[in-house]
Write a protein that binds this ligand. Sequence first.
Ligand code: PMP
Length: 405
Amino acid sequence: MNDTATLTRKADFPGLLTPEGAPWHYLDTAATAQKPQAVIDAMSRAMGEDYATVHRGVYSRSAMMTQGYEAARRRVADFIGAQSENEIVFVRGATEAINLVAASWGMTRLTEGDRIVLSTLEHHSNIVPWQMVAERTGAQIDVCPLTEDGCIDLGALEALIGPRTKLVALAHVSNVLGSVLDARKAADLAHSVGAKILLDGCQAAPRMTLDMKALDCDFYAFSGHKLYGPTGIGVLWAREDILDAMPPWQGGGAMIDKVSFEGTTYAPPPQRFEAGTPMITEAIALHAAIDYVAAHDPDKLYEHENGLARKLREELRRTNAVTLFGPEESAGIVSFALQGVHPHDLGTILDEENVAIRAGHHCAQPLMEHLGVPATARASFGLYSDENDIAALMRGIERTRRIFG
Ligand code: PMP
């Protein structure tokens, strides 16, 4: 039996209350996580009494901020089992991380006839950048299908890849179905044909222990705001030798070695990929978020949300009025359809009950097409979720059913 009691103190999260101080049953953590007070405080200090720029200032406040910014990079490296902090590039979010790889690595390494493998369940941010690369380079996109229960079909992946496959780019955890990829197996398959593998870790980073060495992938992308940190910061991890060989994608200050009109030389990674004044306060707050998450037993994080997802699936099934999508084993994300009710109507009625779910295509239109629906209702859990949130959702669903007869 999984432990589905609250894993952490809801009181740590001011966002989990309504303006009137009532509990707000927030079931949209897959979109963005609520922030613990420790993160809000860290951000506020960094924007207040500690604030200054990084890397350039000779005064002590700037030196301190630089230390804070670089300490955040080391914290991320440690959190995901990177070999070195030089493998950590701070970006705006997972979308920017994938676009960086597409623009720098994809545009320079792929040529006509090369193949990029994606899967049916990818988020648009792991589809569109590759379509742009394909359009410019003449590379082709192959789509790996899903198993019946909504996992990326690794048997099909094995059959799909070949000598022209140069990149396999897959979600580690689906943002719609919660399905978890056997990432190491996918990496081994990609490497068996000499391809690189990029994992979109947006939904995995907040829920699973990450170890870049054990995963043996080439690129890993995630967003800070889904990991209980602020918006505007994310991480691209890549193996140092790969980053070393990649050209810059944006030019400006901070990414150079020397600039002259005769020619410019570039800084080594990660600075080569961080043009301009970086996300200083966001990086420092992300450090605080990782400290907060890492204070919990990492195995319990997954178990907790997986347990809540199972419980919710059981309850939804009991209504006999719900279609459930995705596998039974889910990383805390449950997509469903209530018969005869559009997900947006359900979401609107639930809002009146202080229950927040997501209704829509979740930036995964090809997956919606595969499921044969225009949209799903999605409930997603975080470390602060508990069974009271499920109970409130089920009460709201019962009310919706009464309204719709
Ligand atoms: N990939 C997945 C699986 C996601 O869930 C998301 C966010 N919904 C993204 C990529 C994009 O993340 P961001 O919008 O933070 O860049």
